[in-house]
Design a protein. Structure first.
Length: 332
């Protein structure tokens, strides 16, 4: 078991099968890290270009990317923990930091997805109103509020005990079974304010934006498509990455009173938690729909890759055709 946990008296009461942490989850985390790190660094560069052009969407996208990069930095430690068969052998403070980065990324991402949708909603539906929110200063103020809200909520986790020991004397990081009453109280807030409220807000914005751009002759075709795709992408990322996790979190919060239920839901809950990491790969897609200039830059960047891919495919097909052609020539 973990040496840091041996001095603790806090035990988790359940003996659970952590098999999913030794099979699928670490490999998905490695994939997210390998793909997410370069794409988010590229996204950071494009968000700075948007900020230079005084596009307030750049502020929200920049904050979204910073949150993703902080979370990505914690993934190697989570992989190390899982490959140690869920035994945290590193410093306890690192467990706390990784836990906070994991959970704050979920709700900071949701917060900035809402900002992007509300920003497009106000720009399309009320173009002459709420001008203070369409300024760089307004976007920075909203961003600061989102970060402060999450820091206040997760300071509770920093003060509480992050590590516990199981019956094999392994140190579990942010895993308590059955769920503690403090966690259940925080989960009610996370479900209502962190998930359901943003979902209805995103859906409302999407419907209103669709209705307005369908009726508006002033918005050009390419702009219409870009706005539709941006708002639609925020909903898809939101539901696919965060929907399953919150359904299983709600089930644990309501029904987890004993080890039997904790054991039954362990794999599905951790599968849902794993899906939240995919937002780090999905978020950079939003940059494609921010502005025409960004779309053109990304197209130019990807053109050499596409050309190389096409060239390789063509060369391979020629190599396959060549022997057949030679054989045919010999026969004639």
């Amino acid at each position: 078991g973990g040496s840091f946990a041996k001095s603790m008296n806090f035990y988790t009461n359940c003996t659970l099968d952590h098999g999913i942490h030794q099979t699928i989850v670490p490999y998905v985390y490695i994939f997210v890290f390998v793909v997410g790190l370069p794409t988010n660094l590229l996204s950071l560069y494009y968000s700075f270009l948007q900020i230079k052009q005084k596009n307030e969407l750049g502020i929200y996208l920049c904050n979204l990317t910073i949150s993703d990069l902080l979370y990505l930095a914690s993934l190697p430690l989570w992989v190390h923990y899982m490959l140690q068969h869920d035994d945290w052998v590193l410093a306890p403070i690192l467990c706390k930091i990784c836990g906070v980065l994991l959970y704050e990324n979920i709700y900071i991402t949701i917060g900035f997805l809402c900002c992007i949708s509300v920003n497009r909603f106000l720009a399309v539906v009320y173009p002459l109103h709420f001008k203070s929110l369409h300024t760089m200063r307004g976007a920075m103020a909203v961003s600061l509020l989102i970060w402060l809200k999450e820091i206040v909520v997760y300071s509770v986790f920093l003060r509480s005990r992050a590590l516990s020991r199981d019956h094999d004397n392994d140190s579990l990081c942010f895993e308590h079974y059955p769920m503690r009453s403090l966690e259940k109280k925080v989960n009610v807030y996370r479900l209502l304010i962190g998930f359901l409220l943003p979902f209805f807000l995103l859906f409302f914005c999407y419907i209103k934006v669709l209705q307005t751009i369908q009726k508006s002759p002033g918005i050009r075709g390419p702009s219409k498509i870009r706005i539709k795709r941006l708002v639609f992408s925020t909903i898809v990322i939101f539901l696919c990455c965060f929907g399953p996790y919150h359904v299983f979190l709600m089930a644990r919060t309501i029904f987890e009173v004993d080890c039997e239920f904790a054991n039954e839901i362990f794999d599905t809950y951790h599968f849902g938690l794993m899906l939240t990491s995919l937002n780090c790969v999905a978020d950079p897609i939003l940059y494609c729909f921010v502005s025409e200039s960004t779309q053109n830059r990304l197209t130019r960047l990807l053109t050499p890759i596409r050309k190389f891919s096409a060239c390789t495919t063509r060369r391979n097909s020629l190599e396959l055709v060549a022997p057949v052609t030679q054989k045919f020539a010999l026969m004639t």
